[in-house]
Design a protein around this ligand. Structure first.
Ligand code: GLU
Length: 292
């Protein structure tokens, strides 16, 4: 496929860990297996979570593993002004609306509706500021939300996980596009950048699969193409939880990059290719395992 364009899009919240190398290798292999272009994009819109210098460290870790972006690396923070027209478009077409609710307002509204929710489970916005419910009603706008009311369930096919369905209206609700702190939300930024960079194939960790339906709804509302998706296996820590920078996953030991790549390849279910250069050996296996 001559037009294949893939990407690895790490958030610079810390150095790569074993799990993020798996996602990076998976997207690199998929791009190479399709004769495509592989890009690295630093997703640093959530500035409070970014760690200074982590971006440079990640790029260095990738380079140590031979994973180098085919085009200049893009930083999302450089693109901030480009997200605004997309929000304006959604607002202009009645798909986005300003919301004046604080977290506490949302909790109170949910309690009043008798909605019990489990701890750790994100609140489904009760729709207080929806235009059809009277809008802001004098409150100052804090955030902007995407209106998903009446959206039928989103069906999509993941190249690894198979057919997927999510009822965004029931399971997620009107999600945030521009945050109360003035920062662009991941969902809008990733959709705008994937389209702007002509990404045809998204290969990322399975922990992100749950975002896909939201991103597809945004793509449709913005008239953007939907890429193919493949969510790669996660690496679990000793406690059975997925490795993440948040739960203190150790930085990758790249003293022996091939060993780290071999481990990542094993996590992807690829046989040990000790005898040869791992990525080269893995390409054929990858193509056979995950045809487009
Ligand atoms: N920046 C996101 C993360 O590191 C990944 C975004 C994506 O691949 O869509 O979790």
């Amino acid at each position: 496929m001559a037009t294949y364009r893939g990407r690895f899009a790490p958030s610079p919240t810390g150095p790569l860990h074993a799990g993020s190398l798996v996602a990076a290798l998976a997207s690199w292999l998929d791009a190479r297996a399709h004769g495509g272009t592989w890009l690295v994009r630093i997703e640093d819109v959530d500035t409070p979570r970014c760690v200074p210098g982590a971006d440079a460290l990640i790029l260095q870790q990738l380079a140590t593993c031979g994973l180098v972006s085919d085009e200049p690396v893009r930083w999302q923070s450089d693109q901030g002004t480009r997200y605004r027209p997309s929000l304006d478009h959604l607002a202009g077409t009645g798909r986005a609306y300003p919301c004046g609710c604080s977290r506490r307002d949302i909790e109170t509204a949910l309690q009043a509706q008798g909605v019990a929710r489990e701890r750790h489970h994100a609140a489904i916005y009760p729709g207080t500021c929806r235009p059809d419910r009277g809008g802001l009603q004098g409150k100052p706008a804090r955030a902007w939300r995407f209106d998903v009311a009446g959206e039928p369930p989103v069906h999509w096919t993941d190249r690894r996980l198979g057919p997927q369905v999510q009822d965004v209206a029931a399971e997620v609700g009107d999600f945030v596009l521009l945050r109360a702190d003035g920062l662009w939300a991941y969902q809008l930024a990733v959709v705008v950048d994937d389209a702007d960079q002509g990404i045809t194939h998204v290969v990322r960790g399975e922990d992100l699969a749950d975002n896909t339906a939201r991103q597809i709804l945004l793509q449709r509302a913005l008239g953007l193409p939907t890429p193919h998706y493949l969510h790669a296996p996660l690496v679990l820590g000793a406690n059975g939880e997925k490795l993440s920078k948040q739960n203190g996953a150790q930085a990758l030991d790249l003293a022996d990059p091939l060993a780290a790549l071999r481990q990542a390849a094993a996590a992807l279910g690829l046989p040990d290719a000790r005898e040869s250069h791992v990525p080269a050996a893995a390409l054929a296996l990858w193509t056979a395992a995950w045809p487009t």
